[in-house]
Design a binder for this molecule. Structure first.
Ligand code: NAP
Ligand code: HSE
Length: 441
């Protein structure tokens, strides 16, 4: 048992999550100290701009623009890296490990890009690197995957990992509001990341998917090989068409493994999700993750995937776990949680599924025949077709769904469809998610 009576915490970044963490540590100081038998004391925080007004007031000598001085402070036991970005955060975290400090992070971009290096460095320094807040905000998905469901293998993990895009899609779907209108509201509510592409183009969800794939299968899936699509091309017409098919369009990350060859597919894309799936009914800024385990069956976790209090709640949970290790009340979990199997990425030919396709075409004879030919050239079979006339133009909107095919054939068909003379706009293509699909389909 450690002799320590106070564990001192330094926070890198005093923005949304940093301030939330300070506030929760302060507000819950008594109960945390009762649980742990030691006091947790947030002592210093680093920012870029000392003159900025802060919601959570702390004394001026506790705030610094010299983040390294916190990492090098011998009185600090645990660092919370809540500044975001990759390179500076990486350097400071490695320095903290080298100084013997445990680190808690919410930084999914850093883990996605340098996870292997970071975990190895922490292991070498015999300190903890905890990252519950990096995926799905307040939902305890990391702990569930790596600890609670350790008796399982995972043929399928899928879900909504980005709250901002889910908020936008939900309001478009429920109110018929336009993408731009809802995006502006999301900006005013402070939901959208400073780099909007992270939310709107699926990149933030892809960072989180890499982390979940690592926890489920022990492989760092190369993000540059991952099919990543965002929500910018989803129209109100698509959302309505999806409803007619008893589905909702959600931006989902899908991680599947074929256990016969250990090929893993990971992708982030808008997909038509059947209404009877909990994920289809996970709306607003909420996230939802559905985990299918070989022993447990399907377990779904939903909750607040972003925001100050939910995310700080995960940070504080990690701090508490680390303190239990420091005080000797709990052994440290193995940092590199890898399965012994050697997994590798599935090819586009192996990834199978059905598709939803919307084409804006000239309203004249032969268009549907050309489209059907481009699909049948790739042996893609059409499941349903519907056509509506566009107002103000001699054009029609053609919505098709396909039977099961593979990503490679669909990509070839799309190249052909884009070039057809009567196709007036770039075709819109979404996957149709099949919760009962096996292997990589
Ligand atoms: P934020 O509000 O923008 O806060 C970032 C803080 O870091 C700011 O206080 C900023 O200083 C400080 N900072 C940035 N670069 C710095 C540097 N080089 N030196 C010193 N301080 C620096 O960001 P956030 O929303 O709290 O996000 C923090 C992390 O949590 C990110 O990795 C993010 O992806 C992750 N995360 C956020 C949420 C969420 O809901 N917000 C949810 C899950 C995970 P100034 O204030 O002076 O600019
Ligand atoms: N921008 C992210 C989201 C923040 O909207 O989900 C939480 O990681």
């Amino acid at each position: 048992m450690s002799e320590k009576k106070v564990i001192r915490i330094g926070i890198l970044g005093f923005g949304t999550v940093g301030q939330g963490t300070w506030k929760q540590l302060t507000d819950n100081a008594n109960s945390l100290s009762r649980i742990l038998g030691v006091s947790l004391e947030p002592v210093r925080a680093a920012v870029r701009d000392l003159s900025k007004a802060r919601e959570v007031e702390i004394s001026t000598d506790q705030l610094t623009s010299d983040a390294q001085s916190i990492v090098d402070d011998p009185d600090i036991d645990v660092i919370c890296e809540l500044m975001g970005g990759v390179e500076v955060a990486r350097e400071l975290t490695l320095r903290a490990f080298a100084n013997g400090k445990h680190v808690v992070t919410a930084n999914k971009a850093l883990i996605c890009e340098h996870g292997q290096e970071m975990f190895e460095a922490a292991e070498k320094a015999n300190v903890r690197y905890a990252f519950e807040a990096s995926v799905a905000g307040g939902i305890p998905i990391i702990k569930v995957l790596r600890e609670c469901l350790v008796a399982n293998e995972f043929p399928l993990v899928y879900g909504i990992l980005n709250g901002t895009s889910n908020y936008i899609l939900t309001r478009m779907e429920q109110e018929g509001a336009s993408f731009e209108e809802v995006l502006n509201d999301a900006r005013s509510l402070g939901y959208v990341e400073a780099d909007e592409a992270l939310d709107l183009d699926g990149v933030d969800a892809a960072h989180k998917a890499v982390i979940l794939a690592y926890l489920a299968h022990g492989m760092w899936y190369p993000i540059e090989d991952m099919p990543i699509e965002g929500i910018r091309r989803i129209s109100n017409e698509d959302l309505q068409a999806a409803r007619d098919l008893n589905c909702k369009i959600k931006l989902i990350a899908v991680i599947r493994r074929n256990f016969s060859n250990n090929h893993v597919s990971v992708g982030v894309h808008p997909a038509l999700v059947p209404m009877d799936e909990i994920i289809a009914r996970t709306d607003g800024v909420y996230n939802g993750v559905s985990i299918t385990g070989t022993a447990v069956g399907t377990t779904v976790l939903t909750g607040r995937g972003a925001g100050q209090d939910p995310t700080a709640s995960s940070v504080v949970g990690d701090i508490v776990d680390i303190v239990k290790t420091i005080t000797g009340d709990a052994p440290p979990p193995k940092l590199l949680h890898v399965t012994p199997d050697q997994c590798s990425p599935a090819t586009a030919r192996e990834v199978k599924g059905s598709f939803y396709l919307r084409l804006t075409v000239d309203d004249r004879p032969g268009q549907l025949a050309q489209v059907a030919e481009a699909l049948s050239d790739q042996e893609i079979s059409i499941a349903t077709v519907s056509q509506t006339l566009k107002e103000c133009r001699n054009a029609a909107s053609l919505i098709l769904t396909t039977h099961k095919t593979n990503e490679h054939s669909m990509a070839l068909a799309m190249e052909k469809l884009e070039k057809l003379p009567g196709v007036l706009e770039a075709p819109v293509l979404f996957r149709m998610f099949d919760p009962n699909g096996k292997d990589n389909s």
